[in-house]
Design a protein around this ligand. Structure first.
Ligand code: PEP
Ligand code: CO
Length: 449
């Protein structure tokens, strides 16, 4: 039977579930969920539908997606500066891609809700002490103290409020003048501006300034209502904690359909993509645009089946397949998946996540990724699409606006022994601002080529 016949926001509860945090106190959980259900939605159904329409253009090969942000947002780091700096990098990357490749760029943040993490192992050993793994600030604390690792459902309420304040500021920044194209120079942070990437960015910013002056001189209307004064930044996160996602699901008064109003786009992670599992069941029934991570073990028949489950109405833009194969597997695994999807008739967006298939542990024990592997996987992804005549629709990256030392290489050539200098992530290693800008230039070249 198709899922739509039996689906309701709680129908996932009878399905097998992976990555369940194991809330210790059911009554407390129910109380939080009950409260969340009464709170206002974080996003509107109409915005999610708008994103779906934009993603349909990507599926058609007419636009490109930049999905970017933290691996795991931190309650402790929520500040205006942090949100602004992350936004700056995303805006800079989008400008580089739009200007460099001449295609519209749809911007989606891993932001304002990316607080829950799947883990490969339920427990970890820190300093010889065994404790539950950190599962994101929406579940427990990252500090390595066993009592702080006990899942606490009240953290879901906190995640809602942290998401709301992040989103509030993002809306102010993107609609209130900060993201105005005439401010393009201002997004270059000081520590970036002095670098080669920063100077290359400044050259584009200068050209944009000149183009704007030229348009103004020609009498093109650039007054308040013109689209150059605002941007759309959509939000997304992994829909991992289904109690939270269910509580944020509302019926849209216009369409009468269910939308998960915790973010515009939600995705299913590599560890929770079982076709009969709870996460697939839940996202199959909400009308948001959704993503599905695909690692190297994904096989064509399974992917086709997932497309039928998650995109039953063959709606362009509904489903984004996010390939995270690793630099050594992308060219061998991806072609057969693309072929299967093409034959199935589903018009999906193909994104490349060049981060999660390229993680390794450096000698000092820190998880890291090398810039060359990240770029290498993107190159492989583009090569496969070019060869098959399909559209490489976007990139999905983990980054921060800070000057961290978490990923190796890049123009500054960060070395293993430098990782401890500024390694602040609570989960996976992120590209720093310079590495992100460098990457955007390379992707723009690939798009042009
Ligand atoms: C992530 O996006 O942070 C993540 C855990 O990815 P994946 O599910 O692809 O491993
Ligand atoms: Co991650």
């Amino acid at each position: 039977m198709s899922k739509s016949a039996t689906w309701h926001p709680a129908s996932w509860k009878v399905c097998p579930i992976q990555q369940d945090p194991g809330w210790p106190n059911q009554a407390e959980l129910e109380e939080v969920v009950g409260q969340l259900k009464t709170l206002p939605p974080l996003v509107f159904a109409g915005e999610a539908s708008r994103l779906k329409n934009l993603l349909a253009q990507v599926a058609d090969g007419k636009a490109f997606v930049l999905q970017a942000g933290d691996c795991s947002e931190s309650f402790a780091e929520l500040s205006a500066d942090m949100i602004r700096d992350k936004l700056k990098v995303i805006l800079q990357m989008a400008v580089i891609l739009t200007y460099g490749a001449g295609v519209p760029v749809i911007k989606i943040g891993r932001i304002a809700g990316q607080f829950a993490k799947p883990r490969s192992s339920a427990t970890e050993k820190v300093g010889g002490v065994e404790m539950p793994s950190f599962r994101g600030h929406m579940v427990n604390d990252d500090i390595p103290v066993p009592s702080q690792r006990i899942p606490d459902p009240k953290r879901m309420m906190s995640a809602y409020h942290h998401s709301a304040s992040t989103l509030n500021l993002l809306r102010a920044f993107t609609k209130g003048g900060f993201a105005d194209l005439s401010k393009v120079h201002m997004w270059n942070q000081e520590f970036v501006a002095a670098s080669a990437e920063g100077r290359r960015y400044d050259a584009i910013a200068e050209e944009i300034d000149r183009a704007l002056r030229f348009m103004k001189a020609c009498g093109v209307d650039l007054s308040e209502g013109a689209p150059i004064h605002q941007v759309d930044l959509f939000t997304s996160h992994e829909a991992l904690l289904l109690d939270y996602e269910e509580a944020m699901t509302r019926v849209d008064s216009i369409s009468g359909m269910y939308f998960d109003c915790s973010a515009h786009m939600l995705w299913i992670g590599e560890r929770t993509r079982q076709p009969d599992g709870a996460h697939v069941e839940f996202l199959a029934g909400v009308q948001n645009p959704i993503g599905l991570k695909l690692g190297p073990s994904a096989d064509p028949a399974e992917v086709m089946h997932m497309c039928d489950l998650l995109d039953p109405n063959f709606e362009p833009g509904r489903l984004t397949l996010i390939a995270r194969m690793g630099v050594n597997k992308v060219t061998s695994v991806l072609p057969q998946l693309i072929k299967a999807v093409q034959e199935s008739g589903h018009r999906v967006v193909w994104e490349c996540d060049p981060m999660h298939g390229n993680t390794f542990t450096a000698e000092g024990g820190r998880k890291t990724r090398h810039f060359d592997d990240v770029l290498g996987e993107i190159r492989g992804f583009f090569a496969v699409h070019r060869q098959m005549g399909t559209w490489p629709g976007g990139v999905h990256v983990e980054l921060t606006g800070d000057d961290v030392t978490e990923c190796l290489g890049g123009a500054e050539d960060i070395l293993e022994e430098q990782l401890p200098l500024r390694y602040t992530t609570t989960c996976d290693p992120r590209l720093n601002a310079k590495q992100s800008i460098d990457l955007a230039f390379r992707v723009a070249e690939l798009l042009r080529g």
